[in-house]
Design a protein. Structure first.
Length: 155
């Protein structure tokens, strides 16, 4: 396998990242340009990262500071094309995000996911990346679909 390159997302990445979010069913790909617009325009504090393999965008990561906190951020999106899941792309994105945030003095990074069986591998992934399960909010996303919050201290 080729080396994974992690870089800040650019407008050139949008077509390939639209495919990533559509194939992973993270959210509708048509939402991506509007979501990226403030970041690409230099507004706000969000971080968007793109993972490249052979110069092709195969994954993304998106994080924002948590309102009314001092140094706490939330990783709102992490997606990797299904054919590259398990290849280290997700881990490389998370490590790059953590390193970037740590250099900015961020203290804590959280990640929310679903408590359903369909997200069992996602929860295991966060544990492998050094995150601790911090909370479970029952029936958050929908009846029978709990929100599971993972936390990692960066400082």
């Amino acid at each position: 396998m080729k080396d994974i390159l992690i870089k800040p997302t650019t407008s050139d990445d949008i077509p390939a990242l639209r495919a990533v979010v559509n194939e992973t069913e993270l959210f509708p790909g048509d939402m991506l340009p509007e979501m990226l617009s403030p970041f690409l325009g230099g507004d706000g504090e969000a971080v968007w990262l793109t993972a490249l393999l052979d110069d092709k965008a195969v994954g993304l990561c998106f994080a924002v500071p948590e309102a009314l906190t001092n140094g706490t951020w939330n990783m709102l999106a992490l997606a990797v094309l299904p054919e590259h899941q398990g290849d280290g792309v997700g881990g490389a994105l998370v490590k790059s995000l953590e390193d970037d945030l740590r250099s900015q003095g961020v203290r804590v990074l959280i990640a929310d996911t679903s408590g359903t069986e369909a997200f069992a591998l996602t929860r295991q992934f966060y544990v492998r990346c050094g995150y601790e399960k911090e909370a479970r909010i029952r029936d958050f996303w929908d009846a029978g679909d709990d929100k599971v919050v993972f936390r990692k201290a960066l400082a």
